[in-house]
Design a binder for this molecule. Structure first.
Ligand SMILES: NC(=O)c1ccc[n+]([C@@H]2O[C@H](COP(=O)([O-])OP(=O)(O)OC[C@H]3O[C@@H](n4cnc5c(N)ncnc54)[C@H](O)[C@@H]3O)[C@@H](O)[C@H]2O)c1
Length: 265
C-alpha cells in the first residue's frame, strides 16, 4: 500500500475483497456492523449463538453482491472459535462484540455470576483474539476490534465485574497490538456509551436509570447501534492504517464532559 498515493485517499474506506468475521452479529452493534461492512463491500461471516438468519437477510438487502456466510457459534467453547477461523483462508478483519452484564453490588455477587461474566467478556474474547492473530500472522495483515465500554474507564455502583472485564479487555488488546505490530496486525477496542440494544433493556425499563443515561452524554441521548458502525468501518479499513492499541471512545461525550452542571455564563 502506497500511503502517499491518491488511490489510498480515494479507497481508504473501501472493504471490497476483504474477508471479515463479525462475532455477535445477531443483535445490536454486531448486527449493525455486519450491515455496514456489506454496504462498504466486504465479504463477511455472520457468527453468533442465535438470530443469525435475520441479519443475513438484512445484509443481502443492503448489498446482494457480497459473499455472506452464516456461522452458529458459542464463543465460550474454544474449539468452535478455531473452526470459525478456518472458514476463510485469509482473514482481513475480526469484530468481536459478545458480552453480558450482571448489574448488582459487588458485596452481593455470587461466584457463579462472576464466572459467567468473566468467561464470556474476558476469557472468550481472549480466545477470539488469540485464534484471530494465529491465523492473520500467516498473511502478515489484519485488523481486530474487541469491545470495551465507558465502564472500562468510569463506573457506577453495580458495574464491578463488567467494568473489570472491560478494563481487562483493553489491556489484552494493547499488549497484543504491541506483540503483533511486526506482522502488520492492528488490534483496537471500541468503548461505546449508552446504545439502544437488548444488553441495555434493563436500564431503559427503569425510569430513573433511563433518565440518567439520556441526560449524561453531552449529546443528551442514547445511540442507535448504527451509530457505532462508522468507528467499526474506520478501524477495519485502510483509513486507520496508522491506528493500533487505541481505545476508540464513541460515547457522545459521556467520559470527557462532566455534565453535572451548566453554569449560567
Ligand atoms: N449497548 C450498550 O449500551 C453498550 C455500551 C458499552 C459497551 N457495549 C459493548 O458493546 C458490545 C456489543 O453490545 P450489544 O449492545 O450489541 O449487545 P447485544 O446483547 O445486543 O448483542 C450481543 C450478541 O452477542 C451474542 N452472544 C452472546 N453470547 C454469545 C456466545 N457465547 N457466543 C456467540 N455469541 C454470543 C448474542 O446472541 C448477541 O447477538 C458488548 O461487548 C458490550 O459490552 C455496549
Amino acid at each position: 500500500m502506497d500511503y502517499t498515493s491518491n488511490d489510498y485517499l480515494k479507497n481508504m474506506f473501501n472493504l471490497s475483497n476483504k474477508n471479515i468475521i463479525v462475532i455477535g452479529s445477531g443483535s445490536g452493534i454486531g448486527r449493525s456492523a455486519s450491515l455496514a461492512i456489506a454496504a462498504h463491500g466486504g465479504n463477511l461471516i455472520c457468527a453468533d449463538i442465535q438470530n443469525i438468519e435475520s441479519t443475513i437477510k438484512a445484509v443481502k438487502e443492503i448489498n446482494s453482491e457480497v459473499n455472506v456466510i452464516p456461522f452458529e457459534i458459542d464463543i465460550t467453547n474454544k474449539s468452535e472459535i478455531i473452526k470459525l477461523m478456518d472458514e476463510y483462508d485469509v482473514i482481513d478483519g475480526v469484530v468481536c462484540t459478545p458480552s453480558i452484564n450482571v448489574r448488582k453490588l459487588l458485596i452481593d455477587y455470587t461466584e457463579s455470576e462472576f464466572d459467567k461474566v468473566i468467561s464470556l467478556n474476558l476469557k472468550a474474547t481472549f480466545n477470539v483474539l488469540q485464534a484471530s492473530v494465529k491465523k492473520m500472522k500467516l498473511n502478515n495483515k489484519g485488523s481486530i476490534i474487541a469491545f470495551s465500554s465507558i465502564r472500562g474507564s468510569v463506573v457506577e455502583p453495580g458495574q464491578s465485574v463488567y467494568a473489570a472485564s472491560k478494563a481487562g479487555t483493553e489491556k489484552l488488546v494493547n499488549t497484543l497490538a504491541a506483540e503483533m505490530a511486526q506482522y502488520n496486525i492492528r488490534v483496537n477496542t471500541i468503548s461505546p456509551g449508552p446504545v439502544m440494544t437488548p444488553l441495555t433493556d434493563q436500564l431503559r425499563n427503569d425510569k430513573l436509570w433511563n433518565e440518567a443515561y439520556t441526560t449524561k452524554p453531552a449529546l443528551q441521548r442514547w445511540a442507535q447501534p448504527n451509530e457505532l458502525a462508522g468507528g467499526i468501518i474506520y478501524l477495519l479499513s485502510d483509513a486507520s492504517s496508522y491506528v493500533t492499541a487505541t481505545n476508540l471512545i464513541i460515547d457522545a461525550g459521556w467520559i470527557n464532559v462532566d455534565g453535572r452542571f451548566n453554569p449560567n455564563i
